[in-house]
Design a protein around this ligand. Structure first.
Ligand SMILES: NC(=O)c1ccc[n+]([C@@H]2O[C@H](COP(=O)([O-])OP(=O)(O)OC[C@H]3O[C@@H](n4cnc5c(N)ncnc54)[C@H](OP(=O)(O)O)[C@@H]3O)[C@@H](O)[C@H]2O)c1
Length: 297
């Protein structure tokens, strides 16, 4: 297949490209940076570089300004929204002008769609939550769904918190533990719906092939954990002193709104549709995932 990947240079994209190449696909990556083409990967800086008669069989849409790592000022919130909605609108516009539209668009979204939901089990039929992240995901998904009218199968990949050894949220969350201090954030009772990056990559490849799946698909491990449970699992692998939980008000003072939206809010999200379709997770439970992530089986 000829696969277009937006944001293919990022944390998920950089692991996805080798997998797609390994599956025999030709790849075009949309990136704002300058990169040398090679190894079956071509880079474009705008989708205008793709001709109307080009073959694009599938699109994976990942681009967007990072949600963590920066304080959410008004200007940065606009950038988070516009980078996603503008790229997605450009993808839909490409689908419209191609002589033969792609058969599938797998467009990233996030479990932030569900808002802060305590210990309520959430599947793809659950309602939307409240807050900035929920509204962003709703609008991002809505923009992607515009391609449905063109006959494109649209999968909305509601990603959990992606864990990997190299970068992403796990590196941040596990850092105090590596220095021998165990702690959790806020009350610690909030759920963290994590997923190993290897399973995210496998799920994207799976969704490209599964012609009978469209709409929202949760990409989270089948066994979400509370922050306290994650803390206990980490302490089984790493020797730590019992630490002091970081209170919510400290996190709010340090990080602002991002603390409430991403770290103190919880969602217990279940990958109902992936499991019903027969997708097998390499890392369904936190213990085996941590064994791989920490190199301590
Ligand atoms: N990682 C997670 O835990 C997680 C969880 C839920 C949802 N997601 C979503 O999944 C997608 C991929 O995640 P990721 O972790 O791979 O993200 P990432 O590492 O931040 O990469 C996203 C890519 O988007 C492009 N980008 C960044 N800022 C942009 C801007 N202002 N305008 C246009 N493009 C921009 C960048 O590509 P260039 O610099 O090459 O243009 C970057 O490589 C993101 O949209 C993210 O919100 C991720």
């Amino acid at each position: 297949m000829y696969v277009l990947v937006t944001g293919g240079t990022g944390f998920i994209g950089s692991a996805l490209l080798p997998r797609l190449r390994g599956d025999g696909h030709e790849i075009t990556v949309l990136s704002r940076g300058r990169h040398a083409d090679g190894g079956g990967i071509r880079y474009v800086r705008t989708l205008d570089e793709i001709a109307d008669d080009a073959t694009v069989d599938a699109v994976i849409n990942l681009a967007g300004a990072s949600l963590n790592g920066r304080r959410w000022t008004g200007a940065y919130k606009r950038e988070m929204v516009e980078s996603r909605l503008d790229t997605t609108a450009a993808v839909v516009e490409l689908c419209r002008r191609l002589a033969r539209p792609p058969s599938v668009l797998v467009s990233a979204s996030a479990i932030g769609y569900y808002g802060d939901r305590g210990d309520e089990p959430l599947d793809e039929q659950s309602s939307m939550g409240e807050g900035f992240s929920a509204e962003l995901c709703r609008d991002w998904e809505g923009a992607a769904r515009e391609a449905e009218a063109l006959g494109v199968r649209v999968c909305l990949a509601r990603l959990g918190v992606v864990f990997d050894r190299e970068g992403g949220a796990f590196a941040e969350l596990s850092r105090p533990f590596r220095f021998g201090i165990a702690n959790w954030l806020g009350s610690g009772r909030q759920y963290l719906s994590w997923v190993h990056r290897a399973d995210v990559i496998a799920a994207f490849a799976f969704l490209l092939e599964q012609e009978d799946i469209d709409g929202p698909v949760n990409i989270t491990a089948p066994a979400p954990v509370t922050h306290r449970e994650l803390c206990a699992a980490l302490r089984q692998k790493l020797t730590t002193l019992p630490g002091v939980p970081v209170p919510g008000f400290v996190m709010r003072a340090l990080l602002g709104e991002v603390a409430d939206e991403l770290l103190l809010a919880g969602q217990k999200v279940l990958p109902k549709r992936l499991e019903a379709a027969g997708f097998r997770f390499h890392y369904p439970a936190i213990d085996s995932a941590l064994g791989q992530l920490l190199g301590k089986p």
